[in-house]
Write a protein that binds this ligand. Structure first.
Ligand SMILES: *Cc1c(COP(=O)(O)O)cnc(C)c1O
Length: 919
């Protein structure tokens, strides 16, 4: 099919294939309706041609879905060919309606109606199954087969006959005949949950899909050995597993299944069957695979618990609503929350409710399911937010004296974690985005330089952890694979803590996954175990000298970790509630640590130290459910949210009116060129194709998560806080993060096209109002807006870097590394006589900045925004921090009260204090 060049290879072609599909069907429906209404032959012919063109568009990738299927599509093509506009329109209307509403998943009528229209026997559901579809979750199974398409209908009917009344789930089958079509179907069809690979199919698709093929070739490279019998199916299994690890893969083969099943090639396969085996076995295996993911051990049990008659004599009067429903005064509590939540409350750990602190039953199984779903070796559920999960991990892996190289901008829970554990933070700086008064992320070079500085000081053995935020609030994603590889080449047993509070969903998007901690741990683990890596390493190592940390070139040298020494030690924390369907505070700690046997004891201690002995049951259940949802529909949800975000970017930046006053910052604006070697400029048309985006996400040091949109409102004369208020009051649009001249718009798995439309409408209304005002008020208004925009967009206060710890908290105040003892500084402030206050406006500050004695912060000072500490206990306060504080116009500053002033540690207390490593 000939498509205009610019239409080929667009990001949206693949990313949005399923929403583009709905659009195509909608267009076809409109065209069909207009054909049916044509009042002259000439119009009829023209409109039929249009229908035929759109139908061809629809048919391009329609073979990837079970509904509407070959028969119904055939009937439509017939109606088109035989000039039957009424029939054609009726069919199109039914199908497009069912696709948009998703009713084909619930309502057998829609499938039946299709059969009736074709004048064929009802063949979808035996009558005894009539009705239950609505109650059974629906999915699709892809069968990749060498058999001729003519046989596919018969094969499908065979499978349909295996359905039983008590099946817990219901599925339909999609047949394809090639590697390419299978890969395509797995990419575009979010209803797929299982794939059956029947040995012997070929590589190339018979369909003309030049744009998609180019993309496919990026994900799936057929290698020479794919001509070997059977090699193609194991290669496809491998590729599908990489694309969507949650899919259940089955293989039917003539090769000796016993031999295959034991080989590495079969690792991604759930089961291997011999061709001639009983098909019922396969049917049951498929249902069983879904059950494994559907099962929510904790939630299922909690539901059962809520239904049992139980007398409670434990704490928690509200359990089973007993103090609520009979009450004269809090009856509305029961009415509002309903019975279930109260019946599901208990303080018992018996009856299968298990104990979060020592799980042996349903919580243990829920955690194992989380580990499987998120690609970790182990998982722990957290019920006090990632704020606590971070403290648990920090305290589990650090002891007093250990050094942690940490992003100074990380969430405050990390900083508090260092106070608690006695670890010494070595603060490193993210690159600044001064124009938007934000920070990006920490360059790899900075992290490596910190390691080399410690090596030069002889303290490298004390560097225990690298602690970074991935992705950042504003959407900067690290390249964790590269960061870890290059750091491990300097110290092979480093532990990495990746705070992925925002990024839990990323596991389920094949685009984002490569930038997650667990995704990188998996990739590196495979790499270092491979024979190819050993060869690469040995060839490289032969020409290498040991690292000289004082050599200025050392930081830029790209080294490789020794495969015999390297350990994969990765911890990832997620605020499940931020990106998935968990209640607030639901969090997960994911572990891939080759040396976890050394950490398990301390981890348990840290978990006990921070976890309530009365964890919230509903929260644990919601984590279980969030996992189920992502394992079954995370792929389509994350693809949809990414698509929506890209469309939103395009709609705003491409809008003739809106773009005069608002814009969404592009990767080019958010990531300096030196960290963006691919040169990618923006998402959305006409900038980057899928292929380019995947390449940039594979290779660039930083990439921008498109789902986090920095919407710049300064040019419209609004500061971030003001604009946030305006969106909430006038348009019912809620956002949470602002900077001086921008707000952050996040798309999430819950967002719809209507949400996007609401935002676009709000921006268009506001832009129109500005235009009107400028037109009415003339040049004065124009100048005023320009001046306001300038003050918001250019006169931005410089963000201060971390200065240093006072020498009283440094073991070696001459060292190039900056780690310091924050804990003693923190506790000094507990004794009021150690502290003094200076007002920000006072002259004393300026005098002390000039002549001393140095001012040393007694506590954390954290303004919101930006939300990270600009002072930490023991830090020397420098002029740029004071300037920043004085210009700061935010209301909420934790650790600072304007009336009192800055809280400092008195110079007399610091005089003569010596820091030693055992503090
Ligand atoms: C929100 C957030 C946290 C804290 O998570 P909660 O679940 O709100 O406690 C930690 N780190 C980062 C980067 C965050 O964005």
């Amino acid at each position: 099919m000939n498509r205009p060049k610019e239409e080929q290879n667009r990001l949206s072609t693949v990313l949005a294939a399923s929403s583009a599909r709905n659009d195509h069907w909608r267009q076809l429906h409109a065209a069909a309706a207009s054909w049916a209404l044509a009042d002259s032959d000439e119009k009829g012919r023209a409109r039929r041609t249009e229908c035929a063109r759109l139908m061809a568009d629809v048919l391009r990738i329609e073979h990837c879905w079970a509904y509407p299927g070959r028969r119904l599509l055939g009937a439509m093509t017939d109606a088109l060919e035989h000039q039957e506009p009424a029939t054609f329109t009726r069919l199109v209307q039914r199908v497009s309606g069912a696709l948009l509403s998703g009713d084909f998943r619930r309502d057998e009528q829609i499938w039946e109606a299709a059969a009736e229209v074709e004048g064929r026997a009802l063949d979808v559901l035996p009558p005894d199954l009539g009705g239950p579809m609505a109650r059974r979750p629906y999915f699709e199974v892809l069968v990749v087969t060498p058999s001729a398409p003519a046989e596919w209908t018969r094969s499908r009917d065979e499978i349909v006959r295996m359905r039983r009344v008590d099946d817990a789930f219901q599925y339909e089958v999609v047949h394809v005949g090639s590697f390419e079509d299978a890969a395509l179907a797995a990419m575009v069809n979010g209803d797929l949950q299982a794939v059956v690979l029947i040995d012997g199919f070929g590589y190339a698709s018979p369909h003309a899909l030049p744009d998609l093929k180019e993309f496919l070739s990026r994900f799936f490279t057929p290698e020479e050995d794919s001509v070997k019998p059977g090699a193609l199916s194991t290669r496809l299994a491998d590729a599908l597993h990489k694309l969507r690890p949650e899919l259940d893969l089955y293989m039917l083969t003539d090769r000796s299944p016993e031999l295959l099943a034991g080989s590495d090639e079969a690792a991604p396969l759930r089961r291997v069957f011999h061709h001639i085996e009983e098909p019922m076995e396969l049917h049951l295996a498929i249902l069983d695979g879904i059950k494994d993911r559907y099962e929510t051990p904790y939630f299922d049990n909690l539901k059962k618990y809520a239904q049992r008659p139980i007398g409670t004599f434990h704490a928690l009067p509200i359990a089973r609503g007993k103090s609520v429903f009979p009450s004269n005064w809090i009856r509305d509590m029961g009415q509002f929350y309903g019975t279930n939540i109260l019946f599901a409350e208990s303080s018992a750990t018996t009856g299968g409710l298990d104990s979060l602190l020592e799980p042996t039953g349903t919580i243990k199984r829920a955690q194992e399911a989380v580990a499987r779903a998120f690609g970790a070796k182990r998982a722990y559920l957290g019920t006090n937010g990632t704020s606590t999960s971070n403290k648990i991990v920090v305290q589990a892996v650090c002891k007093p004296g250990d050094i942690v190289i940490v992003d100074r901008n990380c969430h405050k829970s990390h900083h508090y974690g260092f106070v608690l554990s006695g670890a010494q933070p070595y603060y490193v700086e993210a690159f600044p985005l001064t124009e938007y008064s934000m920070y990006g992320a920490v360059p790899l070079r900075t992290i490596k330089q910190a390691l080399l500085n410690c090596m030069a000081e002889g303290t490298l053995d004390r560097v225990k952890v690298i602690d970074m935020t991935n992705c950042t609030f504003d959407g900067h994603m690290y390249n964790p694979r590269r960061v870890m590889e290059e750091c491990l080449a300097i110290k092979p047993d480093l532990i990495f803590l990746w705070d992925e509070a925002w990024f839990g969903f990323a596991r389920f998007s094949p685009l984002h996954r490569r930038r997650t901690a667990m995704g990188a741990a998996d990739a590196l683990s495979r790499r270092y175990r491979s024979a190819a890596y050993r060869k690469e390493y040995e060839a490289w190592a032969a020409a290498q000298k040991p690292i000289d940390p004082k050599d200025p070139g050392a930081v830029d040298a790209k080294r490789l970790p020794d495969p015999d020494k390297v350990r994969i030690r990765v911890y990832q924390t997620n605020s499940t509630h931020k990106s998935m369907s968990a209640f607030r505070q639901g969090s997960m700690m994911l572990v891939w640590d080759d040396d976890f046997h050394h950490v398990e004891g301390p981890f348990e201690e840290a978990f006990f130290a921070h976890t309530s002995t009365s964890p919230n049951l509903q929260l644990i259940a919601s984590l279980d459910l969030a996992r189920r949802q992502m394992e079954l529909e995370g792929y389509s949800l994350t693809m949809r949210m990414t698509d929506l975000a890209v469309r939103l970017r395009h709609a705003i930046n491409g809008h003739p009116l809106i773009s005069k006053y608002f814009r969404v910052a592009s990767p080019e604006e958010m990531i300096p060129a030196e960290f963006r070697s691919s040169g990618i400029k923006d998402y959305g048309e006409p900038h980057a194709s899928w292929v380019e985006i995947v390449r940039s996400w594979d290779e660039d040091e930083f990439a921008l998560d498109p789902t986090r949109l920095t919407l710049i409102c300064g040019a419209a004369g609004f500061d971030g806080t003001q604009f946030k208020g305006l969106l909430a009051e006038r348009f019912d649009i809620q956002i949470n993060k602002t900077s001086r001249n921008s707000v952050l718009v996040q798309t999430n798995i819950n967002n719809t096209h209507s949400d996007a439309a609401l935002l676009i409408k709000a921006l268009a209304d506001l832009s129109r109002e500005i235009e009107e005002r400028l037109a009415q008020d003339g040049p004065r208004a124009r100048d005023a807006l320009a001046a306001r925009a300038k003050s918001l967009m250019t006169d931005v206060p410089d963000l201060p870097n971390f200065s240093c710890f006072h020498e009283a908290f440094r073991e070696n105040s001459k060292a190039a590394s900056n780690e310091g003892h924050m804990r003693p500084a923190f506790f000094m402030a507990y004794d009021e006589s150690n502290c003094e206050f200076v007002r920000l406006a006072s002259e004393e500050i300026d005098k002390r900045l000039k002549d001393g004695p140095e001012m040393v912060s007694a506590n954390f000072v954290i303004p919101y925004p930006p939300g990270f500490p600009i002072m930490v206990p023991g830090q020397v306060i420098t002029e740029d921090t004071i300037t920043f504080m004085r210009k700061l116009d935010v209301k909420e500053i934790h650790g600072y009260h304007a009336a009192q002033g800055l809280k400092l540690i008195k110079p007399s207390v610091l005089a003569g204090r010596k820091a030693t490593s055992d503090q």
